[in-house]
Ligand binder design. Structure first.
Ligand code: RP5
Length: 173
């Protein structure tokens, strides 16, 4: 039987899913059970309110809300719950996602949304921040995060060595 979801991932439209693959990869990597919904703050406001209001009762511990353009979804979700809400700005054709980023980041005092960067990095960081929040109460997840950070650092060092060799060989310096 699948484990009950701990993270709720909500997106403003099914069309957003292609920008959230990195978030889902993080859940796979850390074996974190999650549920995904595509509901709009503007087109289906009642469903969004119901989902966000019931999220804590459903056992979810952290929510990720992604939206593009007039991206009200993360703020609306945050207005209906005390669970931490991570906002992911979806890139847009008109303004490369600057519209999404500012809509999500500029929350009024009292209702915070932890806003990620726009683009692939932000989508991955949303998943990682959710895992870090869960890891506060889960030492196994915390250890997995430590391993992941060490692996990331090792890759950077490896590329640094490659760079130095390239400079020596190609530029003869
Ligand atoms: C936002 O409007 C969604 O999050 C999506 O990024 C954008 C466009 O939605 P669709 O018109 O593709 O459904 O609410």
């Amino acid at each position: 039987m699948p484990l009950p979801p701990l993270v709720g991932l909500i997106m403003g439209s099914y069309s957003d899913i292609k920008h959230l693959e990195e978030t889902i990869m993080v859940f796979k990597e850390f074996a974190v059970p999650f549920e995904a919904r595509a509901l709009s703050a503007h087109r289906t406001p009642a469903e969004v309110a119901r989902w966000a209001t019931e999220a804590e009762k459903m056992g979810l511990k952290v929510l990720i809300a992604a939206a593009g353009g007039a991206a009200a979804l993360p703020g609306v979700v945050a207005a209906h719950t005390l669970l931490p809400v991570i906002g992911v700005p979806i890139p847009t054709a008109l303004m490369n996602g600057m519209d999404s980023l500012l809509s999500i980041a500029q929350m009024p005092a009292g209702v915070p949304v932890a806003t990620m960067a726009c683009g692939m990095g932000g989508a991955r960081n949303a998943g990682l921040l959710a895992v870090q929040i869960l890891a506060l109460a889960d030492p196994k997840l915390a250890e997995m995060l430590q391993v992941s950070r060490r692996q990331m650092a090792a890759k950077v060092i490896e590329r640094d060595n490659v760079l130095q060799e390239k400079i020596r060989n190609e530029y003869k310096i």
